[in-house]
Design a protein around this ligand. Structure first.
Ligand SMILES: Cc1cc2nc3c(=O)[nH]c(=O)nc-3n(C[C@H](O)[C@H](O)[C@H](O)COP(=O)(O)O)c2cc1C
Length: 370
């Protein structure tokens, strides 16, 4: 059955979507998923076609949350949390919404999203286009059901100078605390001027310390224990990564997402590689896995790492897990392969674990280091 769905996507839906301007196709998918999620019976239908069943070998408990499969949707597809119900029904183990900023903002001028089909890649310079934290709050409050954990990825408004960036992150934490299962501090998008400077030195230290202390206060107030993670870029030197890791570990954040999109164009051949922005998909796979591996080594596996970058197949996801990732995210692979990809990933991962003699995915996390 999944083979048929994969073929339907590859030969019918994808050619139609890929004929459209990428951002129009994007809005069509989000709009469709949003509507589908609100029609009674449709989420259940989607789950029947694309859902991933429980498999004890893949089930993961982390950050006080339960993930029935370790593959989640990366940030940026559902920036305003408008399609959570639909997207929750197509086989993800969790999904990240956002990046959301305190106030809504239009993002960069269009066009700002480009396909590189032969490279199985995308380049985007969206610039955090979103409707703002209040709008996301209302969308998430309106959800009747939450079949999977919803992570909220937060950022700063373009007009906010880096010296005041902290206020933006804390404002998002406070506004969205009641509806987020977990927060991700995004300091690694390449499309907001100077954002990546927050990844280094005292700026990183004070931002993370402030976020962690605010989360502790909010958790105490609400009697909860929600986690806050940080998402980093792949375009850092080994020395920078080591310093960042030391600061991250000292800050008390609960985990690291590696990585965001890259400014490198290595492995990209299509003429759109000349567009400015962050590159995602196949060409990012190796570098993001390398960063996962370096992080695992630098932290001795003592903090959960979430792998993101260029996952298209179970083998790609498995490489990230063996390098040190406890969970894996996918975005570009979902666009190129369609919703059937989640079943393929889960089934393939289960096969790879069994092949290597692992009874549970946790035994494979970081296996390449042992
Ligand atoms: C069009 C597009 C928009 C994105 N927007 C965001 C975003 O708002 N926040 C964020 O943290 N990452 C964003 N990302 C990065 C993805 O979450 C992911 O980390 C990256 O694309 C690597 O994974 P992939 O190769 O599976 O796409 C975006 C990626 C794409 C392609």
């Amino acid at each position: 059955m999944n083979g048929v769905n994969t073929l339907l996507y590859r030969y019918i839906a994808k050619p139609l979507l890929f004929k459209m301007d990428p951002e129009r196709a994007h809005h069509l998918v989000i709009g469709g998923m949003s509507k589908a999620g609100r029609i009674p019976g449709v989420p259940a239908l989607l789950r029947g076609i694309y859902g991933v069943g429980e498999n004890p070998a893949l089930k993961t408990e982390l950050f006080g949350l339960s993930f029935h499969t370790p593959i989640g949707l990366a940030a940026g597809l559902d920036k305003n949390a408008e399609a959570v119900s639909g997207l929750s029904s197509v086989g993800f183990g969790f999904m990240e919404v956002g990046t959301v900023t305190p106030k809504g903002q239009p993002g960069n001028e269009k066009p700002r999203m480009f396909r590189l089909p032969p490279d199985e890649a995308l380049i985007n310079r969206m610039g955090f286009n979103n409707k703002g934290a209040d709008s996301m709050l209302h969308s998430l409050e309106a959800l009747r059901k939450r079949p999977i954990p919803v992570w909220v990825n937060i950022g700063k408004n373009k007009v906010t100078p880096n010296e005041q960036a902290q206020d933006d992150y804390l404002s998002c934490l406070r506004t969205l605390y009641p509806v987020a299962d977990l927060f991700v501090i995004n300091i690694s998008s390449p499309n907001t001027p100077d954002l990546r400077n927050l990844q280094h030195g005292d700026e990183l230290k004070s931002l993370l310390q402030a976020a962690v202390s605010d989360m502790k206060r909010l958790n105490a107030e609400h009697g909860r224990n929600k986690a806050v993670l940080v998402k980093i870029a792949p375009d850092v030197s080994d020395a920078e990564l080591e310093q960042m890791t030391n600061t991250i570990m000292a800050s008390g954040v609960s985990g690291i997402i590696a990585t965001n999109t890259t400014l490198s164009r290595m492995g990209a051949e299509h003429s759109n590689r000349l567009e400015a922005g962050g590159l995602s998909g196949r060409p990012l796979e190796e570098r993001s896995t390398q960063v996962v591996s370096q992080l695992y080594r630098l932290t001795n596996g003592s903090i959960p790492i979430i792998g993101s970058g260029g996952v298209f197949s179970a083998e790609d996801a498995y490489r990230k897990i063996r390098a040190g990732a406890s969970l894996v995210e996918i975005y570009t692979g979902f666009i190129y392969r369609g919703p059937g990809v989640n079943r393929d990933l889960a089934a393939g991962l289960a096969r790879l674990l069994a092949r290597d003699g692992f009874r549970h995915i946790s035994e494979a996390v970081g296996a390449d280091h042992r």
